[in-house]
Design a protein around this ligand. Structure first.
Ligand SMILES: [Zn+2]
Length: 250
């Protein structure tokens, strides 16, 4: 199982502050109470940026320009392939006013990122940590996954419509004892489903870059999902819906 990689989003955020930051940034983050949606969570909201915004990126430390451009060019596929109405601008290193601050640290334990507008709650530290090396075959999938979190995409295996037959005991056992995760980490990154208010998905997509690779030992019976390597059609559709052009009906 050493080849399984689980990129994470930060879940140690105050739910009320997260909600307030999301609504202040983009009022469309407020959960809809019309139609079939129900009032499930008081503070549940999506965490999408205002469409049309240009997100400022900066790297902490001083990684090489080649590495910075490789990371940014890879993550930008979310925008360039979808035509989403969102800009990406690279600022100088250690620019603390940048919306997204990336720390490249090969010794970091995890690849992880703040989820969408939750980055606004992190004032000085990095909002994304990458430990993946540029010559790794996992470089592109990992960077794509973490940038998905930057744009507000949640984990697809936690989609409210997902119905994964988890072997919870085995998963908890392996991840805590062999990987050093806390039980709260396993619950927040694997097991807990997002609410309808928290997500923006219209379907469950096994091919999403936001779906973990699910090995058979993690589930009951004969159930698994392979390692997705690139953005799926639904990933791109998510971006177009989340960041429509002005005056485009959503
Ligand atoms: Zn993740």
């Amino acid at each position: 199982m050493s080849d399984l990689i689980f990129c994470r989003y930060r879940h140690d955020v105050d739910p009320q502050l997260s909600y307030e930051a999301a609504i202040a940034e983009n009022p469309a983050n407020a959960p809809s109470h019309s139609g079939s949606r129900k009032k499930r969570a008081i503070y549940g909201s999506t965490r999408l940026w205002q469409p049309g915004r240009t997100l400022k990126f900066s790297f902490l430390g001083s990684p090489s320009i080649e590495l910075k451009l490789k990371i940014l060019n890879t993550g930008s596929q979310w925008v360039s392939q979808s035509g989403a109405n969102l800009g990406i601008a690279l600022y100088h290193d250690n620019y603390l006013q940048a919306d997204i601050r990336i720390k490249v640290d090969p010794k970091a334990l995890h690849n992880e990122s703040a989820l969408g507008t939750d980055a606004l709650l992190i004032k000085t530290n990095e909002t994304m940590t990458l430990n993946v090396l540029p010559d790794s075959e996992n470089f592109e999938p990992i960077v794509l996954h973490e940038f998905g979190h930057v744009f507000g995409a949640t984990h697809e295996h936690q989609n409210p419509l997902a119905d994964i037959p988890w072997n919870e005991d085995e998963l908890m056992n392996v991840m805590t004892k062999q990987r050093g995760w806390s039980e709260a980490d396993v619950r927040s990154q694997f097991l807990e489903k997002q609410t309808e208010a928290n997500t923006f998905f219209t379907t469950y997509d096994r091919e999403s870059i936001m779906h973990y690779q699910i090995a058979q030992w993690m589930t009951l019976g004969d159930w698994e999902v392979g390692a997705n390597k690139k953005l799926s059609e639904y990933d791109l559709a998510f971006m177009r819906r989340a960041y429509p052009l002005a005056n485009t009906p959503t």
